[in-house]
Design a protein around this ligand. Structure first.
Ligand SMILES: [Fe+2]
Length: 324
């Protein structure tokens, strides 16, 4: 088929009407973005001769994604989360804010309000019988290597089945979610269990999209972090454990070389006794370097709907319904 109508005056006038360009009300930025977005899709339909069957299959898929709150899962899968990180990296570079531990995606499963501790916290409730004990520790420093006492280290990860507390109702509230304030030497330590990798549910709408691209929906075992301190740039990051089959093949594109960390198996009785553990454990060390900044807006995480961030806010409530 050779029918191309996008550039005709009729379609261009129609596009302006769709985007409310001729209306006095509304929001100018919304109009500009909708005009571009709808226009690009109209052109795509023209260029690829998208059939009516294909178009309505797409609408149906969007409905399925929305009804199962899976856009937060599809978003990293289609690389939007990593693309936003690449843009933030470029913005930092342009502003000469360089150095520090690299950022990587937050994902949709943070829950605000985790219990707080000073220096050390046990993160798991001990109920995960398949979990291998993890001793997770590190130092928070500035880019010159000076420790940052009192730095706020928020950590969250999944259990041995790939489930996150709150979203997985079988787990206790805030299981494997803690906020640890670094000690006088900038150090934090957590006792928890080694998380499992996990994948997009088989047959879910996100899985349908990925399979149509010949891709899988698997993530390696990983641990999420927010790290912040006054006078320093807030860091959103995560570590991927080395040796996982998907360490370098993460469907969410969160892997960065500097963020791949080994879990070292320790069976020395003296080390076990020092930590008052019952047997061998895995030792994971993740030191964090924060870049300095005077800009207040860079010292806090950016706004986004997050579970329990604001119980009065509908967007936060909806974020709490994400399927995993
Ligand atoms: Fe995760």
């Amino acid at each position: 088929m050779t029918v191309k109508i996008f550039d005709t005056p009729e379609v261009q006038d129609f596009l302006n009407a769709v985007a409310g360009v001729d209306q006095s009300g509304g929001n100018d930025r919304a109009k500009q973005i909708v005009h571009r977005l709808v226009g690009d899709l109209f052109k795509l339909i023209d260029d690829f001769d998208v059939t009516e069957e294909e178009y309505w299959a797409g609408v149906n898929l969007l409905n399925a994604l929305g009804s199962q709150t899976q856009f937060g899962l599809l978003s990293p899968g289609l690389g939007f989360d990593h693309f936003l990180d690449m843009r933030q990296d470029a913005i930092d570079a342009e502003a000469k804010r360089t150095g520090g531990t690299p950022r990587t995606i937050e994902g949709p499963l943070y829950v605000a309000g985790a219990p707080e501790a000073e220096g050390f916290a046990r993160m798991d409730d001990g109920s995960d019988a398949d979990g291998e004990v993890m001793w997770l520790t590190g130092q928070v420093r500035d880019v010159d290597g000076t420790p940052i006492p009192g730095a706020k280290v928020e950590i969250w990860h999944c259990n041995s089945k790939g489930g996150y507390s709150f979203f997985d109702p079988s787990q206790d509230e805030y299981n494997m979610r803690r906020t640890i304030y670094a000690d006088s030497d900038g150090r934090y330590t957590a006792r928890s269990i080694i998380p499992s990798g996990y994948g997009v549910p088989e047959g879910a709408p996100t899985d349908v999209v990925l399979k149509s691209l010949g891709r899988h929906g698997e993530r390696p075992a990983h641990i999420h972090y927010f790290v912040s301190a006054p006078g320093h740039q807030h860091l959103t990051t995560q570590i991927n454990l080395a040796g996982d089959p998907y360490t370098y093949d993460d469907f969410a594109f969160a892997t960065r070389e500097e963020l791949v960390v080994p879990a070292e198996r320790i069976d020395d009785p003296a080390e076990i006794a020092k930590r008052e553990l019952d047997g061998p454990f895995s030792h994971v060390v993740f030191d964090v370097e924060l870049a300095q900044t005077d800009a207040a807006e860079l010292q806090v995480r950016h706004a986004r709907p997050r579970a329990k961030e604001d119980d009065q806010d509908l967007a936060s409530q909806l974020a709490g319904t994400a399927k995993v």
